[in-house]
Write a protein that binds this ligand. Structure first.
Ligand code: ATP
Ligand code: MG
Length: 444
């Protein structure tokens, strides 16, 4: 029997590590630079939380969740649990449950981790993937929306993406949104028969969702649809204008996209996606928005919030598409080789000392000939070999070979400490020619 990974999941191989390390460390450093703190919520929660928090009507809840019945006591059936299909609902639950409302507001919280959705697997679409998620909870100030937008933009810019443009819209609030939804429905009803079947359905249940439909049959009827910005009340209009004015103030480009909405009742005011070079609407880099009704919906006191989420795999895929290279990772530059069992004992101590001194080092495996060990040293890309042979055992020294220059010298063990101290510089500096362009440029 051969085991295979589950459809839609992936093994993230060591080859991908430079990307993962770079993206996750950039994300974390940036979140902290902006004053966010990390919150890690469980990977599974009560199904009802997501049903409520994401919305029964969404693709996610209606067909993409991994849900199961837990074991109960004494063989009884337990509660219904679900692997998280997004972060926001769990973060809001934690905000309420941990009494964050009594901490200074707003709370700026970020999370990184795996997300599960039973989608049709395809390029850039997995059933287990990873998100970076950020939320500002407890402020209705448009500057909070701006903070989320700026965080998003800075992240992609610092990762090396070019020509970034926000697609932005406002979805109004519970006062003005219904007026727009009624107008939209009235506009679409005459075309109901021509819309894609799913959209005909949506038109009845949630007309806003028709607006961001990707169905080919529906698209032609959307261009003439009324614009929500024309229906905003004064508060929503002022909020939207302020967010846009902050973007303009720092020269971040945006386009108002009248079809961009989040089709759920608790979404309010700002919604956005970030688009990058060469990417169409299908592959928006990420999206987010304001959801002033969500915490209340989940049982907390009315509390405004705004946030965004981005997929780490999508970021990495887009980096690869655009030839953006991550910096090379540090790797051991010293290889310890030995002639026989007695020398091996010394080698074990030596590699321990090196590592304790902060120097990345490898030790030869397998009791093979020195020649074979030197091949390994080359293969692993080490710059130096430390070789312990008969003479070295007798004289308490090591041979230090510079593998690049094929030069070598005998160094007394006692002097090795100085040599090792010098090596500390070497430890984080990969050989020059291996540095990718972007990293080399930064270093200049
Ligand atoms: P899409 O339109 O691509 O389905 P979405 O609207 O479902 O995205 P969100 O729910 O807002 O996306 O999730 C935020 C981000 O998570 C997306 O912008 C994308 O980068 C990533 N993402 C969403 N679904 C997947 C998936 N199945 N595999 C990998 N990444 C994903
Ligand atoms: Mg999706």
């Amino acid at each position: 029997m051969k085991y295979q990974r589950i459809k839609g999941t992936q093994d993230i191989l060591p080859e991908a590590e430079p990307y993962w390390a770079h993206v996750t460390s950039t994300v974390q450093a940036l979140a902290r630079r902006f004053g966010f703190e990390q919150i890690s919520t469980p990977m599974f929660e009560n199904t009802a939380l997501f049903a409520r928090g994401v919305g029964e009507d969404t693709d996610i809840v209606s067909k993409e969740m991994y849900t199961w019945l837990d074991r109960g006591k004494d063989g009884e059936q337990g509660e219904s649990l679900t692997l998280r299909p997004e972060f926001t609902a769990g973060v809001m639950r934690a905000y309420i449950e941990n009494g964050f409302a009594s901490r200074p507001q707003p709370q700026k919280l970020y999370s990184v981790g795996p997300i599960f959705r039973r989608e049709k697997p395809q390029k850039g679409r997995y059933r287990q993937f990873h998100q970076f998620n950020a939320e500002i909870i407890g402020s209705d100030d448009p500057v909070a929306d701006f903070e989320i937008l700026l965080l998003t933009h800075t992240l992609y810019r610092e990762l090396g993406f070019k020509n970034l443009v926000f697609q932005i819209n406002s979805t109004g609030d519970p006062e003005c949104k219904p007026r727009y939804v009624a107008a939209l429905k009235q506009y679409l009803l005459p075309y109901a028969d021509k819309l894609a079947p799913t959209d005909r359905d949506r038109l009845e249940r949630n007309p806003l969702r028709v607006l961001d439909s990707k169905e080919r049959e529906t698209l032609p009827y959307l261009s003439g649809a009324p614009h929500i910005v024309d229906y905003l009340n004064d508060d929503c209009k002022k909020h939207f204008d302020e967010v846009l004015s902050y973007l303009s103030a720092v020269d971040i480009p945006y386009q108002i996209n009248h079809r961009l909405v989040r089709g759920l009742d608790y979404y309010t005011k700002t919604v956005f996606e970030l688009w990058g070079e060469g990417l169409g609407a299908q592959a928006a880099l990420c999206g987010g928005g304001r959801y002033d009704g969500l915490i209340e919906l989940l049982g907390g006191a009315p509390t405004p919030g705004v946030g965004f989420a981005t997929g780490i795999e999508r970021i990495i895929m887009s980096m690869q598409d655009q030839g953006i290279e991550p910096p090379a990772l540090a790797r051991p530059q010293v290889f310890v080789a030995y002639l026989n069992e007695a020398a091996k004992l010394v080698a074990v101590k030596l590699v321990t000392d090196l590592r304790n001194a902060g120097v990345g080092a490898r030790i030869a495996f397998g009791g093979r000939s020195l020649k074979a060990q030197m091949k390994d040293a080359d293969r692993t890309g080490c710059r130096f070999a430390l070789i312990i042979g008969e003479d070295e055992l007798k004289t308490n020294s090591v041979i230090l070979r510079d593998l690049g220059k094929s030069e070598q010298a005998s160094v007394p063990m006692a002097d090795l400490q100085t040599w090792v101290t010098n090596l500390i510089d070497v430890r984080t500096t990969p050989p020059q020619e291996e540095q990718p362009e972007s990293a080399a440029e930064e270093a200049k």
